[in-house]
Design a protein around this ligand. Structure first.
Ligand SMILES: [Zn+2]
Length: 476
């Protein structure tokens, strides 16, 4: 949105006109999104989540058969693929037959997106979407109206699990310059009343501006916050450093778009006292998982099938592997066995969640599959957040690997940071990652976000690790 010409104009407006523009945006968004069909879908989803495992399986198999038939009949890419493999729709009757088809890579779609559009579909009825990957390669595709509505309804079902409805007032912490950075007097927020939302952007989380923002949040009660974890973490740390407290905290914080790191979660829990939860999905609309009250991710099985590719056992009895989605609702532009590019951890299928829901369970989303460091011993390390869990004076950190045997640690320091903190982090890296790793600390005022606005905790420039490309969905 920030590069849109409208957005450039918006920033030139006086504050009161920006406020009107936000209201208008919210009005149009609500009209377009929260219509009769949305509420019907949400109601249906609140029923389907009570289904038993056999009911879920039967539903998914039936939708899958339909999808495969339509893809074979009407979508050139799948017709050619299945003919080449000598497969007919009758060969794929259930989820267990899916591995007969190869994985779908982003590159397959980039090579010829037109081949994915069903010949029965009028393109004008589809919604165009694109993602901008971190290597600058974007992906263009379409979703249908049903998928978009279902996605929104699934996000609201997740919020509903924590007692929130469309009428719940909330704050959205984001990166886009809704309140221009050059504005140096309050209000550092904008009301989007039709969406029951207030927007606050991270550029104002500085010592001189955090006071009015915290006062505003204390004077107005909001039931929940939605945020990128790295952004709301900076908010909380800046507020805390300036001796401020939330006296009127929200009940729940819904995270999205990035992995929530353990040190971010712990700090936020302490600072706000709120329940912290998240859901995970992709803009392609072919799959989603949402946490329940017990903190496990349940497959949103109505939208898509989740598979684990190249499964490996984890120490705690789960299975880890590549996340593969098959979207069940968009025969107009089908994503069948789509390799998302992230790694996940599934619970053993015998595990039942204490919440009673019987859909497939995941315990963790590990993040991008190329976000790992290779140690001199040849180990791949994906997560570093536990290294920083006791490094309280570190506002934010990013690990970058440019060559084998070495890493750079970019750190945004808090005011109390001293040499002792650097020594402590170094010791933790030696202990947990590798004693042979060459470590260079680089201190920066902020850590640059990716072109898509996301924070990446680990970044690798090694040839071997840079072939994947990932873009998760974010419409908070
Ligand atoms: Zn559960």
């Amino acid at each position: 949105m920030s590069s849109h010409p409208f957005f450039f104009l918006y920033r030139q407006l006086p504050v009161w006109l920006q406020a009107r523009a936000c209201w208008l945006y919210g009005y149009k968004f609500s009209r377009r999104t929260y219509h009769k069909n949305f509420f019907e879908k949400l109601e249906w989803l609140l029923e389907t989540e009570k289904w038993s495992a056999p009911e879920i399986e039967a539903y998914q198999n039936e939708r899958l058969r339909k999808l495969i038939e339509e893809a074979y009949e009407n979508v050139l890419y799948y017709r050619e693929l299945m003919d080449r493999l000598n497969l007919r729709p009758s060969d794929i009757r259930t989820i267990t037959d899916l591995p007969k088809l190869p994985l779908l890579k982003k590159e397959d779609i980039r090579n010829n997106p037109e081949k994915f559009i069903s010949r029965k579909t009028n393109k004008r009825n589809l919604i165009f979407r694109h993602t901008s990957g971190t290597t600058g390669k974007s992906l263009h595709f379409y979703v249908n109206q049903e998928t978009e509505t279902l996605q929104y309804a699934i996000w609201w079902r997740h919020r509903n699990r924590f007692g929130m409805t469309n009428d719940s007032w909330h704050v959205n912490f984001r990166a886009q310059l809704i309140v221009p950075a050059e504005q140096d007097k309050p209000p550092f927020w904008r009301w989007v009343n039709p969406m029951r939302q207030v927007v606050i952007n991270m550029q104002h989380f500085t010592s001189s501006r955090i006071g009015p923002i915290v006062d505003f949040l204390n004077e107005n009660y909001f039931e929940f916050y939605t945020a990128y974890p790295s952004i709301i973490h900076i908010f909380a740390v800046t507020a805390c450093e300036n001796g401020l407290r939330l006296t009127n905290p929200p009940r729940v914080i819904f995270m999205g778009c990035e992995n929530t790191l353990s040190y971010q979660k712990r700090f936020l829990e302490e600072f706000t006292g709120a329940t912290i939860t998240d859901q995970y999905g992709v803009a392609e609309g072919c799959g989603n998982v949402s946490k329940c009250e017990e903190g496990l991710y349940h497959e949103d099985f109505e939208l898509g099938i989740t598979e684990c590719d190249e499964p490996k056992l984890t120490a705690d009895g789960g299975v880890t592997g590549k996340i593969i989605f098959t979207g069940l609702t968009c025969p107009d532009f089908p994503f069948i066995r789509y390799e998302v590019g992230d790694i996940g951890v599934w619970e053993d299928s015998k595990v039942n969640c204490r919440c009673g829901r019987q859909s497939r369970l995941m315990s963790r989303i590990e993040g991008r599959e190329d976000d790992y460091v290779i140690t001199p011993e040849g180990r791949r390390i994906m997560r570093f957040d536990y290294i920083f869990k006791d490094a309280q004076n570190c506002m934010e950190a990013q690990i970058v690997q440019e060559k084998l045997g070495a890493i750079k640690v970019y750190v945004v320091r808090r005011s109390a940071y001293t040499e002792k903190d650097e020594k402590f982090i170094l010791k933790e890296i030696m202990k947990w990652i590798s004693p042979a790793l060459e470590v260079e600390f680089i201190y920066v005022p902020e850590i640059e976000r990716e072109p898509n606005g996301k924070f990446r905790a680990v970044k690798s420039y090694l040839e071997i690790a840079s072939n994947a490309e990932v873009e998760n969905c974010c419409y908070t």
